[in-house]
Design a protein around this ligand. Structure first.
Ligand code: SAM
Length: 463
């Protein structure tokens, strides 16, 4: 049985009144597990065939499924092929609430490990751009791995303090996801350490930081754009009161959220000044919904602050990235000719030995000085007189996009590849290694054996 901090229980008893007992009992119910289909790679029919443990559809997310508690979804070949993202069902709500459309300019400000980023990318279907930022460097690596596995193309990954994004992106985005760092009360059941680390001081510090974050968001968001602010905590200071502070600027409207199966609303009686419009937000409470605790608010920006900096679309003074030279482009073209890969349409940039294609709609030169993990798709590494394709490229391709394909339906063969073993097959040259037609990575054959090019850092050591 989970031991809740006394000060937390006292406060929630006072707030929840006659709901308290049902609320407190929910902390001892089992946590819920889910997966979300990667619509960039697979349709629903093929998914149901290949991922039989996808159980019930999640009511509020058309691509989400519950899975039974004994399933280990990270141990299946379909996971390595990027066919789904492992995500607790209620964590799917904030990106459904933001719901960007293809062509939108989206920012995911607090992005790691990437649940919402990959969900938003699915909604863009490769059109528009998504900038995913994660402040903590170690967590940003996990974000990069997850977005790579899911085959995201139109993305920029940064690891920066939010205000450092302003020179490049002030007023640029029309959709912003802020899944804010919070005191984590809604995760006590899933992560009892969060309960041990909780204190009233932590709640106050989080609320302070969240209000600061939203001040930066205000500068990054275009007029007419929308922000979804979410937390996984119950405290009004981090939820209704942050929303209230935004509404009190007089430049934001609350957008009412309705999602199937979610009944709880933001509570005006928990604000500082009685702002009624916080009821437009959703409160996901574990005694009402099968899942963890969350708060989700959507706000539309109606005007800039009088002192809003106007740096949008300014031209960069000098290029931050070198354009690939003629000889390198010839090597890339030779690789494309040899492998049947379509030659990239856009500009190709070079950083060190890496060639990459920046996403359309982003001027890469404006990113100079920022800690950048990725800008578009890293295509290939330049070697002497040739190029070698990246694993990221493999994960963005469909089976038909590459000439040589080694395709297996056998899980044992797929796992041999994922462990780094060579594969016996009469293939010559670069080939895309697939499981049921979905790429796992590259290999290179000598006519007899395919040498394994699955990245060493990703190789698995047990099935
Ligand atoms: C709730 S988590 C994000 C989860 C993520 N959106 C997902 O769906 O996978 C909040 C993130 O904010 C990051 N963070 C911590 N302090 C921050 C700050 N001052 N500004 C922005 N992000 C911060 C944390 O490292 C953490 O990864």
């Amino acid at each position: 049985m989970l031991t809740l901090p006394d000060a937390f229980s006292d406060k929630m008893k006072r707030l929840m009144k006659d709901e308290w007992e049902r609320f407190a009992e929910a902390f001892d119910a089992p946590a819920h597990k889910g997966i979300r289909r990667n619509t960039l790679k697979i349709d629903e029919t093929a998914f149901k065939d290949l991922v039989p443990f996808a159980d019930e559809a999640v009511p509020w997310c058309p691509t989400g499924y519950t899975i039974s508690p004994d399933i280990r979804p990270g141990k299946h070949a379909a996971y390595y092929a990027g066919l789904y993202y492992v995500q607790e069902p209620t964590a799917m709500i904030p990106a459904e609430a933001l719901s960007p459309k293809p062509g939108d300019a989206v920012l995911d400000l607090c992005a790691a490990p990437g649940g919402k980023t990959t969900q938003l990318a699915c909604k863009l279907s490769g059109e528009g751009v998504i900038v995913a930022n994660e402040l903590v460097a170690s967590r940003s690596k996990i974000l990069a791995e997850n977005t790579e596995r899911m085959g995201m193309v139109n993305s920029v990954l940064t690891s920066a303090f939010p205000e450092k994004l302003l020179p490049a992106f002030a007023g640029v985005f029309n959709k912003i996801q802020v899944d804010a760092p919070c005191s984590g009360e809604g995760m006590f059941r899933k992560n009892p350490d969060a309960a041990a680390e909780w204190s009233p001081g932590r709640v106050a510090a989080c609320a302070e930081r969240q209000k600061k974050l939203m001040e930066t968001v205000d500068k990054l968001l275009a007029v007419g754009g929308e922000v979804v602010y979410s937390t996984c905590t119950f405290s009004p200071e981090e939820n209704e009161q942050v929303m209230e502070a935004m509404l009190e600027t007089g430049r934001y409207e609350a957008v009412p959220l309705e999602l199937p199966g979610i009944v709880g609303r933001g509570r005006p009686e928990w604000t500082l000044n009685g702002t009624k419009d916080v009821a437009a937000a959703l409160r996901v409470m574990p005694h009402e919904v099968p899942g963890e605790g969350h708060f989700i608010a959507k706000l539309k920006k109606t005007a800039d602050a009088p002192d809003q900096p106007r740096t949008k679309n300014k031209r960069a003074k000098k290029p931050a990235f070198a354009r690939a030279d003629k000889k390198t482009m010839q090597c890339l073209r030779a690789f494309c000719d040899e492998t049947g890969l379509a030659f990239p349409e856009g500009e190709i940039l070079r950083v060190g030995d890496m060639l990459f294609e920046p996403p359309k709609g982003i001027n890469p030169d404006r990113l100079s000085g920022m800690r950048l993990l990725r800008c578009g798709v890293p295509l290939a590494e330049v070697k002497k007189n040739r190029v070698e394709p990246t694993h990221t490229l493999a994960m963005t391709l469909s089976r038909d996009a590459f000439g040589n394909v080694f395709d297996t339906d056998d899980d044992n063969v797929a796992f041999a590849y994922l462990k780094g073993e060579p594969l016996a097959a009469p293939v010559k040259g670069w080939c895309l290694v697939c499981w049921h037609g979905f790429p796992l990575g590259f290999g290179k054959g000598d006519g007899r054996i395919i040498k394994n090019h699955y990245p060493k850092g990703l190789r698995i050591y047990k099935k």
